[in-house]
Design a protein around this ligand. Structure first.
Ligand code: GRG
Ligand code: 1GP
Ligand code: MG
Length: 244
């Protein structure tokens, strides 16, 4: 089952060459399929290197429909960033196989992953094991509500670093530090620097990034791949702002 493709390897090679990776997050609940062609044109003309697809709550089949449409509209890698098992799609290129290691809900640490196996058997997705850490940002996030977990306090940097290192030791191939969709404050530079310093695997940063300055700050602090969703959803000219 579960074949190896090259997306994780390509991320490692890009990082080695000092490239800054950017994923546009498309939420299947929010993207109308009629608007997808023009949105994809904007993505293709931008500096984006990846497309992530996911949402904290998505109706069944919506993800697969979206991925199928998107396949014909872009050559960028399409990576599922799932809130649940219903968001798996055989038409995507890869899957962030998330475990919510900041929380203590067994369903999101290992339960959903076991549930996913019977579906993954029928697919040829590249699987990228990813330690997913939700960090407090000043307001409650959709991920907290859905998973009934607490985020890690942002002032306990040592605990955040230790959680990331433990995930790497468990064999995770990426760490994703998440402030939450439309977070008031993105993950701060101090947290990014402290985690990056101790990791050998790629570091993904997302949540609340709405300006080029915040994007550059994340890269300067050590982010390998940055994820932006809401800023593109709410303002399509944000693509042009980032190209400046
Ligand atoms: C491995 C499989 C199949 C599932 C993993 C299930 C796990 C552990 C999920 C982590 C917790 C979770 C609910 C993550 C959601 C990630 C995501 C796609 C966030 C983007 O959605 P948001 O933009 O935050 O929320 P809105 O939908 O409210 O905009
Ligand atoms: O929507 P935004 O705030 O850009 O967040 C992106 C992503 O990290 C959310 O899971
Ligand atoms: Mg969102």
């Amino acid at each position: 089952m579960i074949k190896n493709k090259a997306i994780h390897q390509d991320i490692l090679s890009a990082i080695n060459k000092g490239e800054q990776l950017l994923a546009v997050l498309i939420d299947p609940e929010k993207m109308e399929l009629e608007k997808l062609p023009s949105f994809a044109d904007k993505i293709n003309a931008s500096r984006a290197t990846h497309i992530f697809i996911g949402g904290s709550t998505v109706e069944a089949f919506k993800t697969d429909d979206l991925v199928q449409c998107l396949k014909g509209l872009t050559n960028l890698p399409i990576v599922i960033f799932p809130g649940d098992v219903s968001q798996l799609s055989s038409h995507a290129d890869a899957l962030l196989f998330l475990s919510l290691v900041s929380g203590r809900n067994p369903d999101y640490l290992i339960g959903k992953q076991i549930e996913a196996v019977s579906v993954l058997r029928t697919m040829q997705l590249e699987i990228i094991p990813t330690g997913y850490l939700l960090i407090e940002n000043g307001k409650e996030t959709a991920v907290e509500r859905v998973t009934q977990t607490q985020p890690l306090p942002r002032n306990n940097i040592q605990h955040i670093v230790d959680t990331a290192i433990a995930s790497q030791l468990l064999g995770m191939k990426c760490i994703y530090l998440e402030a939450g969709s439309s977070a008031i404050e993105p993950i701060n530079s101090k947290i990014i620097q402290s985690v990056k310093k101790e990791l050998t695997i790629p570091l993904i940063i997302g949540g609340g990034i709405t300006s080029k300055k915040q994007l550059d700050n994340a890269y300067d602090a050590g982010a390998d791949l940055v994820v932006i969703g809401t800023a593109f959803e709410e303002n399509a000219s944000f693509f042009e702002e980032l190209n400046k």
